[in-house]
Ligand binder design. Sequence first.
Ligand code: HEC
Length: 112
Amino acid sequence: MRTLYATVAIFTLVTGSTMLSAATYKGQKIYIESCKECHGGGQEFAASKKQRVWEKLMDKKGEKLADIHLSSKKAQPSWKYFESRAFTRGAKHLEDFVVEYASDSGNVPACN
Ligand code: HEC
């Protein structure tokens, strides 16, 4: 019986972390497609803030993050994206990615 429980626990752990990295990967893809041209390397940019700061920016499907861009003339080329449903739909993945690599996440950005 004990081994069975242990097996189930390990299985849950493994699938759980696989799902997490899948979400992180999706978020990274969004970052590369939609943010990189202005903000540069994704993991480094994610590491410029703490997890709590990212969570606040990405709250309510990234409302705050969109506001910052929509109220900045310099960010005008991004307005169409931040006003689109593609942004709100991907906001959760993007949050997973930036929180995963936040400065206090314990994940050191890979050198590339
Ligand atoms: C067209 C260029 C452009 C794109 C695309 C863009 N940004 Fe920005 N972003 C800016 C500019 C310009 C500012 C500065 C706004 C200001 O303070 O006036 C900014 C500000 C920010 C800030 C707050 C400033 C800081 O460093 O504290 C964050 C966080 C941010 N962007 C993240 C993102 C993310 C995530 C994406 C992709 C979903 C993205 N940006 C896409 C141009 C862009």
